[in-house]
Ligand binder design. Sequence first.
Ligand code: UDP
Ligand code: MG
Length: 320
Amino acid sequence: MLLRDVPKLAVIVPCYNEELCVRRTAEKLLEVINTLVSKNKILSDSYVYFIDDGSADKTWEIIEELHKSNPLIKGTKFVRNFGNQRALMAGLESVREIGCDCVVSIDADLQQDEWAIEKFLDEYMKGYDIVLGIRNNRKTDTFFKKFTAEMFYKTMKFLGANIPMNHSDYRLVSKRTLDLMSIYPEKLFFLRGFFNEIGLPTTYVNFDVKQRMAGESKFNFQSLMALALNGITSYSVVPLRFVAVLGFFMALFGFAVGIETVIEKLFWHNSPNGWATNIIVMCAFGGIQLFCLGIIGEYVGQLYREVKARPRYIKDVELR
Ligand code: UDP
Ligand code: MG
């Protein structure tokens, strides 16, 4: 594998109402950067880039203040909340413009062990373009989150999009990966799927998950569901095929039942008194049809949003 020069590292941090965390997070990340600089593992102009995803609290004021005292803290503020995936996208695109050799994305609550960045860099130096952080366990998650996450990974696997289990947007990617990303025109990136399918040399690093430093999780059932549906509709058309195949077999079944009914009528003359059967079949078929329409609707919605091609995010201010 190729030998690499000591890289300039950028660390991107999406923040949504994280006033209780950002200051401490900046301190800790700078500590990591300083340590790595002193070990000669990264260049001294390596920096942290915060993306304020339209916070309503003091997050941005704190970032501005941090930037004033140390220009290695940079950042941008969105005009409104665009969601974690778009904040990450903005981070990746911005640091590509500002300049870096590799970039690590990490959550503002530092639930992910920030010292794993050193291991990420070691893998990068071996020649890997994508280093995915894999959490050792889900101890800090609620039962509900564990369960839904597992369901999601299993569904994705079943649908043919093999996303690494327990990887949650804590990763390092190289400049080369960022360059490739810029030629993908899609607006609704599902980053975990994207980095998996791009096909560059990829490796994994395990890390420990901690409790959220302060504040509360910014994800609720609705936003997790939206993330999961975006992941599925971005990376698999298997549900659409499933609808087609199901439709075919149901038609076949209907045809057989039709023949049977005609034969009964013509030869046995016993018109049935199957009221219950009728209701059951009607409800079942009605339900299945609506469900299938819903699946198709999800894809139409994805198409609709992609075709409109609205900007992924809008920056209000940027500190470089
Ligand atoms: N986040 C964001 N925009 C949002 C929701 C979350 O930028 O609309 C950020 C949040 O500030 C944090 C990261 O995404 O840095 C992960 O969110 P959180 O820690 O709340 O998620 P959890 O760890 O509970 O899955
Ligand atoms: Mg968190």
